[in-house]
Design a protein around this ligand. Structure first.
Ligand SMILES: Cc1cc2nc3c(=O)[nH]c(=O)nc-3n(C[C@H](O)[C@H](O)[C@H](O)COP(=O)(O)OP(=O)(O)OC[C@H]3O[C@@H](n4cnc5c(N)ncnc54)[C@H](O)[C@@H]3O)c2cc1C
Ligand code: SF4
Length: 489
């Protein structure tokens, strides 16, 4: 039996990372293999098993965190895996990539260090795979109904896995050559090695989910035809309409959207090309943006051998600790350093500039990008403060400004009679149904740019809605309503 007072006696310890200098020399995941297991039992034991577990509520999937913490602390890994897999289709992705709002809501975080919930989740997920506990679960009885899912990101995959397991003959349509959405071509391999995604896809195929890649629904196959040929259709096309930066020089060769840059880097990792046509090698790189995508560009540029990398973040540097207006248990806006920033520090590759607004791109004599001009961003509108403009040499500028909903040229939107809201997201009711009979929307396409954990929760909940539509009742779990929002201020 584990020490029930471990929260007094055991300090928080996080998963060990490989040395930053070593990491930038390869594309493997940044964590030290096997480093988690020796410590994780003690870390799980820090969970107080609170009467009102706010962590559970802060997780969009409703992961039953205190239960699996207790089981891990007591060494019953198999039962822990069973609890985790009951609420999360893909804990190997969330355990690596989730920003862990559950940890912000952990009661220990009120005046100390939260339980390392995400690390425990990952340890359970990896152990479940290694031990053969996360097995294919084909349905016992086919329902005789057919469902099409458009889009193979985490939302489409979660919806498809739930629907297949419930007995519906489910096919995923994906316009790219491989399934996975942003897990495949957005997030770099040093944060998610793609064999983990392939393993999960193999499991789904074994359960009976069909995949048709290289099919853009709306163009290669009419969306109305697809709907007519099945009993229900889930639209999970993501929200990858990139925000633009209409500044002088935006069209110069050398200025690119971050997602195009990351896609090429991922394609090199997949073995499709020997090198990227947008490589940072030997170039001064300026990244405009301050979020996850910008950090992924930074880590990628360092690995490609950039001469320097500078990140311009229009926001002021956040505080180190929760500000007064962001009390526990909300997920606060605090200063966070990603593994890419850690690597940039180790490589002395360039600074992260806060409160910096780009004002233009300058050409060199060859007509290519040669410099990025920027200025201090002044409140309240974050416009350039007069007299503060300067230039940074740049052979590559990457725009990582976020996304403005599903791509507006999606032919399937008019073909299915779907509506978009003021934010560009596809309109659905609180039960994920659109105004078109039998058509449902899940993931970033309906929510707007979000997170993997929300996409998986949406996929699961949309699958429950589809199952109810097809059978009149459902036993599938629906962790969220479409209108549910994160606990932030
Ligand atoms: C660079 C980057 C890093 C990120 N890092 C993190 C992170 O660390 N943690 C985190 O939680 N979240 C992260 N996110 C966000 C996360 O990846 C998304 O919220 C999530 O992938 C959304 O899932 P989705 O299934 O809704 O859409 P997507 O993953 O975008 O998948 C949509 C799929 O639909 C396909 N598609 C589109 N139109 C059609 C069509 N007409 N026919 C057929 N297929 C179509 C697309 O090709 C794509 O494969 C990151 C995002 C980016 C861009
Ligand atoms: S999925 Fe994210 S929020 Fe949920 S328990 Fe895991 S790390 Fe926490």
């Amino acid at each position: 039996m584990a020490d029930r007072m471990a929260f007094f006696t055991t300090p928080r310890a996080e998963r060990a990372r490989r040395d930053a200098h070593e990491r930038v020399g390869d594309w493997r995941e940044v964590y030290r293999p096997g480093a988690l297991l020796p410590v994780v039992g003690g870390q799980a034991g820090r969970c107080m098993d609170c009467g009102l577990p706010f962590c559970h509520d802060a997780c969009p999937l409703g992961n039953i965190v205190p239960e699996w913490n207790r089981l891990v602390a007591d060494g019953d890994w198999r039962a822990a895996a069973s609890r985790l897999l009951a609420t999360n289709n893909f804990p190997e992705f969330t355990g690596r990539l989730c920003p862990a709002p559950c940890e912000s809501a952990c009661v220990l975080a009120i005046d100390g260090a939260a339980v390392t919930i995400k690390n425990v989740e990952l340890a359970i997920a990896d152990r479940a795979w290694e031990s053969g506990w996360d097995r294919p679960r084909p349905p016992d009885v086919p329902s005789g109904r057919r469902v099409a899912v458009v889009g193979s990101g985490p939302a489409g995959l979660a919806a498809a896995q739930q629907l297949t397991r419930a007995g519906h003959a489910t096919t995923v349509y994906e316009r790219a050559d491989r399934p996975g959405g942003l897990l495949r071509y957005g997030i770099p391999p040093f944060r998610l090695e793609k064999h983990r995604l392939d393993r999960r896809l193999d499991q789904m195929r074994e359960e009976g989910t069909g995949f048709r890649c290289g099919v853009r629904v709306g163009r290669d196959v009419a969306a109305g035809e697809l709907r007519a040929g099945c009993d229900a259709l889930v639209v999970a096309v993501g929200a990858t309409a990139c925000r633009e930066l209409p500044l002088p020089g935006r069209d110069l060769p050398g200025v690119h959207q971050a997602i195009a840059y990351l896609t090429w880097a991922n394609r090199v990792d997949e073995g499709d090309r020997p090198d990227s046509p947008l490589s940072a090698e030997g170039r001064h790189v300026v990244i405009v943006g301050g979020g996850d995508t910008a950090a992924d560009c930074l880590g990628t540029a360092l690995r490609q051998g950039a001469a320097s990398v500078t990140q311009l973040d229009i926001n002021p540097r956040p505080p180190e600790r929760r500000a007064a207006g962001q009390p526990w248990p909300v997920h606060p806006k605090v200063y966070r350093e990603t593994t890419s920033h850690e690597e940039a520090g180790a490589a002395a590759a360039g600074p992260r500039v806060f409160a910096a607004v780009a004002v233009g791109f300058e050409a060199g004599p060859d007509g290519r990008l040669a410099a990025v001009r920027f200025a201090e961003a002044q409140p309240p509108d974050r416009g350039p403060r007069p007299g503060t403009e300067r230039s940074l040499p740049a052979g590559l500028a990457l725009l990582a400004l976020g996304f403005a909903g599903p791509e507006p040229d999606q032919e399937l939107i008019p073909q299915l009679g779907l509506a978009t809201g003021p934010d560009g997201a596809l309109t659905r009711d609180d039960g994920f149904a659109t105004g078109t009979d039998g058509v449902f929307v899940a993931g970033d396409a309906g929510r707007g740019q979000s997170l993997i954990v929300w996409a998986v929760a949406e996929g699961r909940a949309a699958a429950a809605a589809v199952d109810r539509y097809l059978r009149g009742v459902t036993e599938l779990p629906a962790p969220i309503r479409a209108s549910a929002r994160a606990l932030t201020l």
